[in-house]
Design a protein around this ligand. Sequence first.
Ligand code: G3H
Length: 255
Amino acid sequence: MPPLPRPRRIVGVSTKMYFDLQSTLSYVRGMLQLDGDAWNARIDLFVIPDFVTLMASAEILQPSSIMLGAQDIFWEDKGAYTGEVSPLVVRQAGAKIVELGHAERRAMFGETDETAAKKAGAAARNGLIPLVCIGEKTHHSVASAAVGAAIQECTPQVNSVLAAVPDDAEVILAYEPVWAIGAAQPADPDHVVNVTKELRKLAAGRSGVTRILYGGSAGPGTFAKIAEGVDGLFLGRFAHDIHNLKKVIEEVGGA
Ligand SMILES: O=C[C@H](O)COP(=O)(O)O
């Protein structure tokens, strides 16, 4: 059987909790300046700021095709859940994407495959695209063992999410090996390609679009080395300089 056509490429950046309020808004304004360039026709672009700047970011991005995301949601839409953020409200605030299961939330805030899956279901129910972060915690020094171990650890992470969303719902999976997040450089390209090619098979029967991104110290120069396995990049620190983001967009968009 010939390989399925690959989905449209997509690049996004999370500000995590790196910026203060004004810095976030000026970064989002900077992204707006990039809109309308030649990449527009070829790739999708998104930004995931903190919750507090979500509505102001939505207003800035309103004239553009740049998609807005939130860094988390709760799995219920309304009720006595003090401190949680409703997927319904996130959608109403202008978000199209919601990031779930990031390694930092798994390590520090008790996120599990089960909670990420429940939140993914809530996202789809509210018309949000779940962007679920998956990845193995440790890196084996022998390359072949590292690939097998990563696939084994990531498979249940992917399957639990896919089981929780309708078959035709759009899903983004961000492969982020935990050991490559916040590092000096991204994971070895062969490792990323070998793991993501296998993970793509887990979603092969779905009717909804499933895109696979790489994240973890990615920046300019990363995409070309792993394009065989992924549909784009999910960026952190190295895209917080808007000039770097522009370079990545041009690389992924093929300009
Ligand atoms: O959300 C983005 C990823 O965790 C990557 O972050 P990083 O590029 O700063 O390592």
